[in-house]
Design a protein around this ligand. Structure first.
Ligand code: ADP
Length: 250
């Protein structure tokens, strides 16, 4: 079943046409990678999926984006509730200047959970799901800033999971990490697929090939090709996709 349906989507930054007639259905509990050269619209499309572009001045959007059947640009949409359903992880790990525990408990607290036992349970569950629990369980009161970059990124994933989203958006989540931390996050992403729908922007084609089931290739604000990852990398339909994946431009 498609959980995200994008149709007829155009986005302008003032006069600049950044997304052109995007059509894409994303299946539930799948991993979709957005690839393409820098500046082609990957992050912009990712941000339209939880309305992160709302705060950018001069953005104009037309077309349709539905999540779980709801038109997320329709009247009366509660953007805060939407972002609870659709979590986001950024390029630079961005934990709060708080303890490991409080980073994860923060979201649930905002959404009204104050019972200590319940929070403890959510923190443990989220840290386990982010494959970080064993490394931090004895240091929950320590500052998140004492963690390595890779651990901080897994903490940010735990923080996103703590409010029980259904979709996780990841914008180049490993580009600031070393190869071993990258591998851990990639393994984690694959584990999360059983429960979450994941959309990941990556400038790394090998990463897209390793982790995703579907890949969209972007060029100049258009989705040139959207297909099963194996097909897109082995037998693309479009010459431009072929040229990109074989390294003729980038
Ligand atoms: P990608 O993620 O593929 O590198 P982006 O989605 O970040 O590309 O950017 C797509 C295009 O939109 C680029 O040309 C970029 O310069 C432009 N752009 C991105 N963000 C803004 C903004 N806030 N204001 C104006 N232009 C922007």
């Amino acid at each position: 079943m498609a959980i995200i349906e994008i149709s007829n989507l155009d986005l302008y930054y003032t006069e600049f046409h950044a997304l052109k007639q995007i059509e894409m259905n994303i299946q539930e509990r799948s991993i979709t990678a957005f690839i393409g050269p820098s500046g082609c619209g990957k992050s912009t499309l990712l941000r339209t999926l939880n309305r992160m572009n709302d705060t950018i001045r001069g953005v104009r959007i037309s077309g349709n984006v539905t999540v779980g059947g709801e038109d997320i640009y329709g009247p009366g949409v509660n953007v805060e509730a939407l972002r609870k359903r659709i979590g986001m992880v950024f390029q630079q790990p961005n934990p709060f200047p708080k303890s490991i525990y409080e980073n994860v408990a923060y979201g649930p607290r905002i959404h009204g959970i104050s019972n200590k036992a319940e929070l403890d349970q959510i923190v443990e569950k989220s840290l386990r799901a982010a494959a970080l629990w064993d490394e931090v369980k004895d240091y929950l009161k320590k500052s998140a800033y004492g963690l390595s970059g890779g651990q901080q990124q897994r903490l940010c994933i735990a923080r996103a999971l703590a409010v029980s989203p259904t979709i996780l958006l990841m914008d180049e989540p490993t580009s600031a990490l070393d190869p071993i931390s990258t591998l851990k996050i990639e393994e984690l992403i694959q584990e999360l697929k059983d429960q979450y729908t994941i959309v990941i922007v990556t400038h790394n084609m090998q990463q897209a090939a390793r982790v995703s089931g579907q890949t969209a290739f972007f060029l100049n604000g258009e989705v040139v090709e959207f297909a099963d990852t194996v097909k897109l990398f082995s037998n693309p339909d479009d010459q431009r996709t072929e040229d990109y994946i074989t390294g003729r431009f980038g």
